[in-house]
Ligand binder design. Sequence first.
Ligand SMILES: Cc1cc2nc3c(=O)[nH]c(=O)nc-3n(C[C@H](O)[C@H](O)[C@H](O)COP(=O)(O)OP(=O)(O)OC[C@H]3O[C@@H](n4cnc5c(N)ncnc54)[C@H](O)[C@@H]3O)c2cc1C
Length: 99
Amino acid sequence: MGYNDNMNKKKITIIGAGISGLYLGYLLEDKYDITILEARNRVGGRIYSISGNDMGPSWIWSHQKNVLKLIQELGLELFTQFTDGNSLYDTKNKLEVFS
Ligand SMILES: Cc1cc2nc3c(=O)[nH]c(=O)nc-3n(C[C@H](O)[C@H](O)[C@H](O)COP(=O)(O)OP(=O)(O)OC[C@H]3O[C@@H](n4cnc5c(N)ncnc54)[C@H](O)[C@@H]3O)c2cc1C
């Protein structure tokens, strides 16, 4: 999309570059000249990972049709959660093991 194409479009400003703001921009980008304002120095909002460890949304269920459709559109891949073996739940006071 070139600069001249955008000049003829109505301008829209979206506040917040979390998945909602980014997806709204993605849906409307053909019809509007869009600016997304983000308060932080990164996009993604609550979607975040630190050194490969996921700190935000990880699970998607089969009833979440919209996000499944978006994943397909974007050519992303899902993988099944690894559930073999024991799970550990670490709190300040104790470590619980679930089998
Ligand atoms: C630890 C964790 C685990 C989760 N696990 C899952 C999961 O497994 N499955 C699932 O479906 N969901 C999960 N969620 C929920 C999911 O992450 C959120 O529902 C989703 O990311 C919210 O997206 P959003 O765009 O609506 O809001 P946000 O991600 O909060 O984005 C809002 C953005 O707007 C910006 N902003 C706010 N105010 C302003 C302002 N005045 N000016 C400019 N920018 C502004 C913020 O900085 C932020 O970037 C999890 C969340 C967390 C924290």
